[in-house]
Structure formats: C-alpha cells, structure tokens
Design a binder for this molecule. Structure first.
Ligand SMILES: [Zn+2]
Ligand SMILES: [Zn+2]
Length: 102
C-alpha cells in the first residue's frame, strides 16, 4: 500500500498510473520503480519454485534405485532444535529422491 507524501491519503494504482485518492497528487516515479521491483521479486520466486533442483550442488553418491553415481544434494533443518538436519539427494538420472538422517 502506498501513501501520499503530501496529505497521507491512499495512493490508488491503476496500471502504470498512480494518484492520491484524497488530493490527486501523483507520485509517478516512486510508484513505477516499486512496481517493477515487485515484478522482479515475483519472477525470481516463481523460477526458484519451478526449477529448484537446478540450483543444488551435485555430489557423487550412488542412487539406491538405478545405481547412477551423481545426485543433487540439499539439507533441511527441522523446527525442533534438538533434531539434526536431514540430507536430501535427488538422482540426476531417474529423479529418485531420498533422504539420509545423520
Ligand atoms: Zn494526497
Ligand atoms: Zn537414480
């Protein structure tokens, strides 16, 4: 939510145009910049979600399913602090995913 720098009213955004609902003040530059930043952030998140495994490092480990010797590797920390982290592997060949508890 954007607020008018002159009167503190709510800035209404329609497309790439923005104007204060109370006094009609137009903070054009600022709103435009923030709008483009939001689009970039949203795109970045979407890319990570869609193709997350490509960002993981590849390690040499034997896949228990197909015997391939390379897999993506990542870890997760469980919410409970007394529990150790879990290691995840995803086979490059058959996409089989398995985990290893420490
Ligand atoms: Zn205003
Ligand atoms: Zn495999």
């Amino acid at each position: 939510m954007e607020f008018c720098e002159k009167c503190g009213g709510i800035i209404l955004i329609q497309g790439d145009k923005a104007a204060c609902a109370s006094c009609g003040h137009k903070p054009k530059k600022k709103v435009k910049l923030e709008a483009s930043e939001k689009i970039i952030q949203r795109d970045t998140i979407a890319v990570i979600k869609e193709d997350q495994s490509n960002t993981y490092p590849i390690v040499q480990i034997k896949c228990p399913k197909c015997g391939n010797n390379s897999a993506y590797f990542w870890t997760t920390q469980t919410r409970a602090s007394d529990e150790s982290e879990t290691k995840f592997y995803k086979c490059l060949k058959c996409k089989h995913t398995w985990r290893v508890y420490r």
